[in-house]
Design a protein around this ligand. Sequence first.
Ligand code: CP
Length: 306
Amino acid sequence: MRSLIDILDFTVEELEQLIAVACDIIENPDKYSEKCKGKKLATLFFEPSTRTRLSFEAAMYELGGNVIGFSEAKSSSAAKGESVADTAKVISCYADIIAMRHPKEGAAYVAAKNATVPVINAGDGGHCHPTQTLADLLTIYREKGRFSNITVGLCGDLKFGRTVHSLINALSRYSGVKFILISPEELKIPSYVKKDILEKGNVPFVETTDLESAMPELDILYMTRVQRERFFNEEDYLRLKDSYILTPDKLLNAKKDLAILHPLPRVNEISVAIDSDPRACYFKQVLNGKYMRMALILKLLEEAKR
Ligand code: CP
C-alpha cells in the first residue's frame, strides 16, 4: 500500500506529475469535482492545526468525497491509551485514506505499517511535513517556473522546523540549488540533515546567523516560526522567539523577484507590513497546499486500486 511518510517516498518525476495535476485542477476544477465520490478521508490530528487539517478536508470535499476524523488527541481513544498502530487498523475499517498529524517522530510510519489504506504524514513531531513541502514546491514552481539554479534562504528555527527538513530533502535533488541556512546557533539544522542530505549529496550550503547579509543573494526566502511546542523550557523559547523579524527595511537589498514563503502560522517572524509586498507569497502558498493535497489524494487512491 503506497503512503506518503517522507517527501523522498516520491521520485522527482512523481512530484512533478503531482504539480501538473494540481495545475490542471486550478484550470479545470469541474473536471475533478466528483473524482472521489463515495470515498472517505479520515483526518487524525493528535496535534493542533489550521491549514493542514482544513486544507485536507477542503481538498476531499472539492473532489466530491467525505471526511471523518478528530482534531485533538483528547477527543480520541488515544486519551485512553490506544496505540497508533491500533488506531490505524481501526480507522482503516472506516476510511479509504488517512491524513495523520502526531507529536511523535515516526508515528505516521507506524500508522502506515498497520493501516490497510494509504496514510499521509501531516507532520510527525520535529521530523518532517511532506505535504507542506508539496505546497512549497507548487508555490516555487508558480513563482519561479523552475526548481534548478536557485538560492534558497531558510531562516529561523531550522532545528525543530520540520517543514524545512522536508523542503531541503525535496530541493536537494535539483541541480544548481544553494541553501543559505540562517538561524541562531542553538536552532541550527540537525546534523542528520546536514550530513546525510547536504554533505552526502554535495549540495552547496552556508550556515549564518545574519539574515541581512544573505538577503541580496536570495531567490527564495523561507521564514519559519520558532517552534515553542518542541522546547524543553520556556526561558529558551522566550530568548530565541524573536531572533528574526522580517520588516520592509530588511528587504531594501533583496531581489525584485524574491519570493517570500512561510509555512504559517506566523507569530512575529514577518511584519504584517510585508503582506502587501508583491514578493509575499505565504497566503498563495496556503491555497497551493489545497491543490497539491487534492492531487495527492487522487494519486494515492488511484494506486490503492491496483
Ligand atoms: N503549515 C502548517 O502545517 O500549518 P498548520 O499547523 O496550521 O496545519
